[in-house]
Design a protein around this ligand. Structure first.
Ligand SMILES: [Zn+2]
Length: 174
C-alpha cells in the first residue's frame, strides 16, 4: 500500500481522505518573537538558511533539512522538515555547495532544533546531516541514543502515528 492510495479519517475534522501526507514542516529553529531586541535585529531566515547573533557575541546557524522516518506499512517514509543547528564551517560548506549540489564534505554534525510531537523532548538530539545532490535538502540521521525517536528512525513508525501527526496540523478546507 502506498501513502498516495491510503484512505484515512482525520482526527481533527473527522473527514475521510485518500492519500496520506508524507511530510510536515517546522517553521523556524527559534521563535523570533522570543528574542531580545539585539538578537531580533540580526535574525535572518529564508527557506534553507537561518542565522541569529546575540549580544554575547554568539552566533547560531541553522540549515533546513529532512528527518526521514520509515513507515513500513506504507513502504514509504514520513519526513519532518526540520532545522538543524550546525557549526559555522558546516554552514559555509552547505552554503558554498548549495547552487551546484557539490559539497566539500559529504556530511556534517548537527543538533535537532525541535520537539517532535508525541515524543519525549527531541531538542538537541545529535545527528549526521548528509548533503544531497541537486536541490534536495540534506537528510538527517540521528546518532544512536536511548531515545524513542532514534528507535523510530531505525525501526519505523506506525501509520496511526503518521495520521495523528498529520491531524495535528491539518487545515480543513472550508
Ligand atoms: Zn482534519
Amino acid at each position: 500500500m502506498s501513502a498516495e492510495a491510503y484512505r484515512w479519517r482525520c482526527a481533527c475534522c473527522d473527514k475521510e481522505f485518500v492519500g496520506l501526507p508524507t511530510d510536515l514542516a517546522f517553521d523556524a529553529p527559534v521563535n523570533p518573537d522570543a528574542l531580545d531586541e539585539i538578537a531580533q535585529s540580526t535574525f535572518r531566515k529564508n527557506d534553507d538558511f537561518c542565522v541569529v547573533s546575540y549580544a554575547t557575541g554568539q552566533t547560531d546557524r541553522f540549515i533546513r533539512c529532512l528527518l526521514p522516518l520509515p513507515v513500513p506499512r506504507l513502504s514509504d517514509e514520513f519526513c519532518f522538515g526540520v532545522w538543524m543547528s550546525v557549526s559555522e564551517r558546516s554552514w559555509n560548506v552547505y552554503r558554498d555547495g548549495y547552487d551546484s549540489g557539490q559539497y566539500e564534505d559529504e556530511l556534517c554534525f548537527g543538533y535537532l532544533m525541535h520537539d517532535i510531537p508525541e515524543y519525549p523532548s527531541s531538542m538537541h538530539l545529535h545527528a549526521n546531516v548528509v548533503f544531497q545532490p541537486g536541490n534536495m535538502r540534506p537528510r538527517v540521521f540521528l546518532h544512536d541514543a536511548d531515545h524513542p525517536l532514534v528507535v523510530a528512525q531505525r525501526d519505523g513508525v506506525d501509520v496511526t502515528q503518521v495520521m495523528r501527526w498529520v491531524a495535528l496540523t491539518h487545515r480543513p478546507e472550508v
